[in-house]
Design a protein around this ligand. Structure first.
Ligand code: KIV
Length: 272
C-alpha cells in the first residue's frame, strides 16, 4: 500500500475517496468557532466537522439532542469564514431529518445556504435511507454515521461499544453498503470493534472515519476539546490527548487573577 501523500490545495469529497484509493489516511477534527477552525485548517486537517457535539462542549448540555438547526448554522458559518483548505461537514441535529425526507432536505438546504458548508452528516442507516436519498438528489454531499450514534443515546441507554454481537454487526455492514450504494461519500464509524471496522472498510469503496473504531478505518476523527485536553472528566480508551490544556489554561488564568489582585498587572510598560 502506498503511503505517498498528494498535496490537496482544497479538500473535496472526491479528494477523500482518492485518499482511500491511494492508501492515505484521512484526518478529521471538530471545530465550532472561527478562531479554533483557523488553527485546525492551517494545520492541514483534511475535514472539519461542525459536530452536534457542540451541544456538549460549547453549550454544556449532557447530550447532543438539545442543539438546534439555527445554532448549528451559527457554528458552521463561523467555521466556514476561517477555512482555506479543509472540507467542512456539518451535523444535521436531532429532530431535523428523522421524521420525513422533505423536512430533511429543507434542513440540509438551510445548512448549505446559510452557512456555506460543503456537506452534511446524518446518523443512522436503513431507517433514514429516504431522507439521505432526498438530500443527495438535491446535489448535497452526505456523510453517514453508524455504530454509536449519540442522537439515539436514550434508545441505547449507554455509551458503550456497539455492534459487538453478530446481529448488530451484520446490520451495520448492510447499512454501510447501503450508504455507499445510494451515494454517500464517507461514513463515520463510532465505537465499534476494530475487527468490524476492518471488514467494513475493506468491503466498501468510500472512506470510513473512525472514532473509537480502531486503526483499520480509512481516517480518524476526534472532538478538538478532547484532543487538546480541555475536557478532563471524559477518558474513553480510544482518546489520545495531545495536550493538557485544562491545566495550562487554569494555571494561566489563576496567574492573571493573582497579578490583577496584587497590582502587578498592568505594569508601567503595559499602559498608555
Ligand atoms: O458530533 C460529533 O462531534 C461527532 C463525532 C463524534 C464524530 O459526530
Amino acid at each position: 500500500m502506498s503511503t505517498a501523500k498528494k498535496e490537496y490545495k482544497r479538500v473535496t469529497v472526491k479528494s477523500l475517496v482518492d485518499m482511500k484509493k491511494n492508501g492515505e489516511k484521512i484526518s478529521m477534527l471538530t471545530a465550532y468557532d472561527y478562531s479554533m477552525a483557523k488553527i485546525v485548517d492551517a494545520a492541514n486537517v483534511d475535514v472539519i466537522l461542525v459536530g452536534d457535539s457542540a451541544s456538549n462542549v460549547m453549550a454544556g448540555h449532557e447530550t447532543t439532542l438539545p442543539i438546534t438547526l439555527d445554532q448549528m448554522i451559527y457554528h458552521a458559518s463561523s467555521v466556514i469564514r476561517a477555512i482555506d483548505r479543509a472540507l467542512v461537514v456539518v451535523d444535521l441535529p436531532f429532530g431535523t431529518y428523522q421524521s420525513d425526507p422533505k423536512k430533511a432536505l429543507h434542513s440540509a438546504i438551510r445548512i448549505m445556504k446559510e452557512s456555506g458548508a460543503h456537506a452534511v452528516k446524518l446518523e443512522g442507516g436503513e431507517e433514514i435511507k429516504e431522507s439521505i436519498k432526498k438530500i443527495l438528489n438535491a446535489g448535497i454531499p452526505v456523510m453517514g454515521h453508524l455504530g454509536l450514534t449519540p442522537q439515539s443515546i436514550y434508545k441505547f441507554g449507554t455509551y458503550t461499544v456497539r455492534a459487538k454481537e453478530e446481529e448488530e454487526a451484520v446490520q451495520l455492514m448492510k447499512d454501510a453498503k447501503m450508504l455507499e450504494k445510494i451515494g454517500c461519500f464517507g461514513i463515520v464509524l463510532e465505537k465499534i470493534p476494530a475487527k468490524l471496522t476492518k471488514v467494513v472498510s475493506e468491503s466498501i469503496s468510500i472512506p470510513t472515519i473512525g472514532i473509537g473504531g480502531g486503526k483499520h478505518a480509512d481516517g480518524q476523527v476526534l472532538v478538538i476539546h478532547d484532543l487538546l485536553g480541555m475536557t478532563h472528566e471524559f477518558n474513553p480508551r480510544f482518546l489520545r490527548r495531545y495536550m493538557n490544556l485544562y491545566e495550562e489554561m487554569s494555571t494561566a488564568i489563576s496567574n492573571y487573577v493573582d497579578d490583577v489582585k496584587s497590582r502587578d498587572f498592568p505594569n508601567d510598560e503595559e499602559q498608555y
